[in-house]
Design a protein around this ligand. Structure first.
Ligand SMILES: *Cc1c(COP(=O)(O)O)cnc(C)c1O
Length: 371
């Protein structure tokens, strides 16, 4: 067999008939830019799915974050608390406003922002917290809310990796002032590129819509009272998103099944551990993640190398923000540093077959056998 036939990618989007039908309909209707019924339908349907009033589509998840921060009034020299282990888009969105991302270490079990460490990082300039539901996990939102309420801070949930996860029976993204999502190709549902901001706050939604469309006055066309952005999603992307959303339950179920099988196959190997959830939270499997502990017989990097040699694509965890050149700091983040060193993402596609998954696990288990 050719190597390409054996290759197992870390992610692959699954497009159904509805996506093709809706996208074709959008194209044939001539409404291919950012006005059209699919934009409105996708915003309404996704907001309803998350249990909130408003959805505001954006061109991607990064600008959804930027737009959320700008709409909340974040300005130069403000500080925003972010977890040290997350995707670079999170501190970047803060940086775009000339504000400062303030890093906080992660919880060793949930791998999300550790609420206990937030208080020590609050200063008179702190404006808010970005709670990232990392790797399909869920933040301890009650603990975060207690701190934000006590200090008058906003909370943005970054649910770009956790569509459909719940906390106390409510979907993530809808638990704080505003939630943001990404619909990038490897996310749980995708529009190719795309994002959304969700909120229950009428005024916030209206202002976000205004800012994402060049801050153009509603009364006077081509009058712009302030500097806005073009952060719009197209009707064709929204059409694809609507088709994807119709399948989200089956996607999440398939991903759950994959996670269960990985846990069964890998859980007995010494040194391998998995993400845990806070009480009454239900995570989702975005990209199956595990830690290869220092007590394992081989290192995380050796596992990556061995799988690559056998046609299996994997990813290491994100590099800690305090180790990124633009945000470099001395290492005061032991948990994040350890997670970044031990964390491994395995192939997780809705259409990953049991045979493919077992092959991945078999290759890993082989490294655990005595030499
Ligand atoms: C993917 C991701 C984003 C950014 O989304 P894009 O659509 O790629 O811009 C933001 N935050 C987190 C946590 C992500 O994983």
């Amino acid at each position: 067999m050719k190597e390409t036939a054996l290759r197992i990618p870390v992610a692959r989007p699954v497009m159904g008939e509805a996506e093709a039908r809706y996208a074709l309909d959008a194209i044939r209707s001539g409404w291919i830019s950012s006005i059209g019924r699919y934009v409105n339908e996708f915003e309404g349907a996704f907001a309803a799915y998350c249990g909130v009033k408003h959805g505001v589509t954006t061109s991607n998840g990064t600008v959804a974050l930027h737009l959320a921060l700008r709409t909340l009034g974040v300005r130069e020299d403000d500080e925003v608390i972010v977890p040290d282990l997350t995707f670079i888009a999170v501190p970047n969105a803060v940086h775009y406003l000339r504000a400062r991302p303030v890093l906080v270490d992660c919880d060793p079990l949930t791998w999300c922002l550790d609420p206990e460490l937030v208080a020590a990082k609050i200063s008179p300039r702190t404006r808010g917290i970005i709670a990232v539901h990392s790797y399909g996990g869920v933040c301890d939102m009650d603990a975060i809310r207690r701190i934000s309420d006590a200090n008058g801070l906003f909370v943005i949930e970054d649910a770009a990796e956790a569509h459909g996860a719940t906390y106390q029976g409510r979907r993530v993204g809808g638990l704080a002032d505003v939630g943001i999502f990404s619909f990038y190709g490897n996310k749980i549902i995708t529009t190719g590129e795309g994002g959304m901001l969700i909120t229950n706050d009428d005024l916030f939604a209206e202002r976000a819509r205004f800012l994402k469309d060049h801050a153009m006055s509603r009364e006077h066309r081509y009058v712009h009272p302030e500097v806005g952005y073009n952060y719009r999603m197209t009707n064709v992307q929204a059409a694809i998103g609507l088709g994807q959303l119709e399948q989200i339950d089956s996607f999440l179920e398939a991903r759950d099944r994959i996670a269960r099988r990985y846990r069964e196959r890998l859980g007995s190997l010494p040194g391998i551990t998995f993400q845990e959830m806070p009480t009454r939270a239900r995570g989702v499997c975005w990209i199956f993640s595990c830690l290869i502990g220092d007590d394992a017989p081989v290192s995380r990097d050796r596992v990556i190398e061995h799988l690559a040699q056998n046609g299996v694509e994997t990813r290491p965890f994100f590099v800690s923000l305090h180790d990124q050149p633009p945000y470099r700091e001395p290492d005061g983040y032991p948990i994040s540093s350890r997670l970044a060193r031990q964390g491994l993402n395995l192939p997780t596609a809705v259409n990953l077959s049991d045979e493919e998954l077992d092959r991945v696990c078999g290759l890993i288990a082989a490294l655990w056998l005595p030499a």
